[in-house]
Design a protein around this ligand. Sequence first.
Ligand code: NAI
Ligand code: BUO
Length: 263
Amino acid sequence: MPSPQQSRNVIVTGAARGIGKGIALRLAEDGHNVVVNDINANSSALDGVAAAIRDMGRQSIAVAADVTSENEVKKLVHQSVDELGCLDVMVANAGIAHVESLLNVSLEDWDRVMDVNLRGVFLCYREAARQMIDQGNGGKIIGAASIVAYRPFALLGPYSASKWAVRGLTQAAAMEWAKHGITVNAYCPGIVGTDMWELIDEKLAAEEGWQKGEALKTYSGSIALGRVSVPEDVASYVSYLASSDSDYMTGQSVMIDGGIQFS
Ligand SMILES: NC(=O)C1=CN([C@@H]2O[C@H](COP(=O)(O)OP(=O)(O)OC[C@H]3O[C@@H](n4cnc5c(N)ncnc54)[C@H](O)[C@@H]3O)[C@@H](O)[C@H]2O)C=CC1
Ligand SMILES: CC(=O)C(C)=O
């Protein structure tokens, strides 16, 4: 008989909306205390997520921080530990998309995507690991990759490269931190109906001369299970990664895409 899950203290970045919000609410339902983070621009939405978690009887605070800033990520971790007592699980979810032909991608856009999707994940992984190693009880570090970490989408070149790199970073971190009892895994969603896909659809339409909605329809045609994903699909898998049921799993980036990619 499996033992009941113990309550853990968790940080979820990019949690004001979309997949991050879905993960934060699911982990709170699982009985965990959740610090929710997002960049400043989303602070009232973020406050709403923290309030919803407190309404479930868990502890939660909203901490605005830009994951690309070393100082702000350090403060996010310290503030979370001050509030909750320790950190058991880090979910480095924040990410941005950029749709453009590689021939036209500027260095500024390249850097912006890499800064949020790779540097941001690295900073969250590293600061969480430092805290967990100090605590001496292990921990769980979880990052946002994507199916494009296995097979890129054309016109999402820098984004695909950043997610491919998150997969590599996740493997390296798993190798280095296993001796501290820390597992490191990533989730690879497919096509999730969030604001990010609204933007991708709009930009792909502009690049390809398509109608609004056509890109989403075209790409979602390849989903074996026949529907676009919702944040809760991804959150169920992250719930497993945050639980003791996944204790023997590390360094993996697993697709949760309804059957788009088959590796
Ligand atoms: N929507 C999809 O189909 C897929 C999404 N993903 C990944 O899942 C993660 C979440 O995606 P969605 O919820 O769809 O995106 P979203 O765009 O709906 O939400 C992302 C959140 O991250 C926040 N954020 C952006 N930059 C930040 C920064 N510098 N610091 C802190 N927060 C920041 C945004 O304000 C936003 O609230 C991303 O890493 C994304 O790349 C992966 C595969 C598919
Ligand atoms: C946004 C994203 O990662 C995909 C594959 O849609």
